[in-house]
Write a protein that binds this ligand. Structure first.
Ligand code: PLP
Length: 414
C-alpha cells in the first residue's frame, strides 16, 4: 500500500463518520480511496481502475471529468463561486430555472425553488404543500400519503415520508404524520376523512429505488394523477433518482404524460458534479404565495441557487442535446435487457432481475454485499440494497463497458 493511501485511511478511521455505515465494521476494513475519474471509470489511490456501476450513488450522468461540464464550472469560477440568492438574482439560476420549466407545458410547472440535495427538495415541497393549504382555506389538510418501502431522503420531514423501517422507524414519532399505502388499491380504500385531511401524495414515479429497484405497474402513475385530481390532493413526484434520463426519458413522469404539482429533482441535476436540488411547483401553487408578506415561503439555505451548481446543471442539459444522450441511450437500454436476461438464465445465484430504463436491480441468493465485493475484484464498483445488486452506470457508458459490468457480476455471483 502506498504511503499516502495509508495516511488517508488512517485519518479516515480516526476522524471520519460515513453515511449509512456501521462504523465498527468500517474501521475493521480497508476502504478504497477514490482519487480520479474519467467517463464511466474511477481510479483508487493505488492506481486500480473500476467501472462506476452505480454512478457514484446514482448521481453521475455524462461520466466523470467531462470536458464540457468541467469547463462550465471553470468559467463560472472565473466570475464568482457563490453569491447570496436571498435578496439577489444570479444569471445561471435565472437561465437554469427557465430551462427546467421549459420541459413542461406553459401554465403547469412554472416555478423553481432551488436547494441543496434530494432531501431538501422534498422538505421544501412538503412545506409548500402544507402552507398552500393554509393560504387557500383548507388548513386542515396537513397530512401526507406515501407508499410502503419508499425512500425520500433523511432530513426529518423527508424521512417521515420514508417507508423503509430500518432507516426511519427510530425517528417516526418525531416527524410528520404520514399514512402509508401499498399501492393504488390500498389508496382507494382509505377512509374519506383521511383523504380530506391530506395535502399531498408523494411517490417515486415508475420505480422505487431504495426498495431494491422495484418498478411500479405500467399505468399506475396516470391512475394516481387521476385519483389526486378527483380528491383535490396534490401530487408530489420524487424524481431525485429517476430524473435526467435514467428511465430513458428526461423525466420518468413523461412516460405516462403525467404532470405533478410538485417535482423534486436533485442527484443528476448537475450531472453528478455538485450538490444541488430543485423543487418545481405549478403556477397554481405559486399563486397562493402571492399577496401579503406573510404569505411568503420562509425557507432557504445559505447555498441556495449556487452559481457553480447552476452553471454545471446548464452544461449538463446542453450535453443532453449536443451528444443526443437520450437517443443514444435507447439501444443501450435494450442491450441491458438482453444481458440481464442472459445473466438470469445462466447464473444460478441470480434469483430475479428488474429493470427500468438504464437502472437495474439484480437479486442474488444471499450475500449481496459479498457479490459486490467480488465484483470489485472484477473491476466493477457498486453497492447492494440487501441482496439486490444495483446496476446503474452513467448514461455515457458504452455497450462494451456495459458488457464488462454484467460479466463482472456474473463472475462475482458465479
Ligand atoms: C437519493 C434520494 C433522495 C435523497 O436525496 P439526497 O440527495 O441523498 O438527500 C430522495 N429520493 C430519492 C428517490 C432518492 O433516490
Amino acid at each position: 500500500m502506498r504511503d499516502d493511501t495509508r495516511r488517508w485511511i488512517e485519518a479516515d478511521k480516526a476522524h471520519c463518520w460515513h453515511p449509512f455505515t456501521p462504523q465498527q465494521a468500517w474501521t475493521d476494513g480497508e476502504p478504497l480511496v477514490l482519487v480520479r475519474g474519467e467517463g464511466a471509470w474511477l481510479w483508487d489511490s493505488e492506481g486500480r481502475k473500476y467501472l462506476d456501476g452505480n454512478s457514484s450513488i446514482w448521481t453521475n450522468i455524462h461520466g466523470h471529468n467531462h470536458p464540457a461540464l468541467n469547463a462550465a464550472i471553470t468559467r463560472q469560477l472565473g466570475e464568482v463561486a457563490h453569491t447570496s440568492y436571498l435578496g439577489f438574482a444570479n444569471p445561471r439560476a435565472s437561465e437554469l430555472a427557465e430551462r427546467l420549466c421549459g420541459f413542461f407545458p406553459a401554465g403547469t410547472l412554472e416555478r423553481v425553488f432551488f436547494s441543496d440535495d434530494g432531501s431538501t427538495a422534498i422538505e421544501c415541497a412538503m412545506k409548500m404543500a402544507i402552507q398552500y393549504r393554509q393560504q387557500t382555506g383548507e388548513p386542515e389538510r396537513t397530512g401526507f400519503i406515501a407508499f410502503d418501502q419508499a425512500y425520500h431522503g433523511d432530513t426529518m420531514g423527508a424521512a417521515s415520508l420514508g417507508g423503509v423501517s430500518r432507516f426511519h422507524d427510530r425517528f417516526r414519532r418525531h416527524g410528520v404524520p404520514v399514512t402509508f399505502v401499498s399501492g393504488m388499491g390500498a389508496l382507494r380504500h382509505l377512509p374519506a376523512e383521511a383523504v380530506r385531511s391530506t395535502a399531498a401524495v408523494v411517490i417515486e414515479p415508475l420505480i422505487q429505488g431504495v426498495n431494491e429497484m422495484r418498478p411500479w405497474p405500467a399505468g399506475m402513475l396516470r391512475e394516481l394523477r387521476a385519483w389526486c385530481d378527483a380528491h383535490d390532493v396534490h401530487l408530489m413526484l420524487d424524481e431525485v433518482m429517476t430524473g435526467f434520463g435514467r428511465t430513458g426519458k428526461m423525466f420518468a413522469c413523461q412516460h405516462e404524460e403525467v404532470i405533478p404539482d410538485f417535482l423534486c429533482l436533485a442527484k443528476g441535476l448537475t450531472g453528478g458534479y455538485m450538490p444541488m436540488a430543485a423543487t418545481l411547483a405549478t403556477a397554481a401553487v405559486y399563486d397562493a404565495f402571492l399577496g401579503a408578506d406573510d404569505r411568503a415561503f420562509y425557507y432557504g439555505h445559505s447555498y441556495t441557487a449556487n452559481p457553480l451548481g447552476c452553471a454545471v446543471a446548464l452544461a449538463s442539459l446542453d450535453v443532453f442535446e449536443e451528444e443526443r444522450v437520450l437517443e443514444r441511450l435507447r439501444p443501450k437500454i435494450a442491450l441491458m435487457a438482453e444481458l440481464l436476461d442472459e445473466l438470469r438464465t445462466t447464473t444460478p445465484r441470480v434469483r430475479a432481475v428488474r429493470q427500468c430504463g438504464f437502472v437495474a436491480g439484480i437479486e442474488v441468493d444471499g450475500g449481496g454485499a459479498q457479490v459486490c465485493l467480488a465484483a470489485r475484484e472484477q473491476g466493477l464498483l457498486t453497492r447492494p440494497i440487501r441482496d439486490t445488486i444495483v446496476l446503474m452506470p452513467p448514461l455515457c457508458t458504452t455497450e462494451d463497458e456495459l458488457r464488462l459490468a454484467i460479466r463482472a457480476i456474473a463472475m462475482a455471483a458465479g
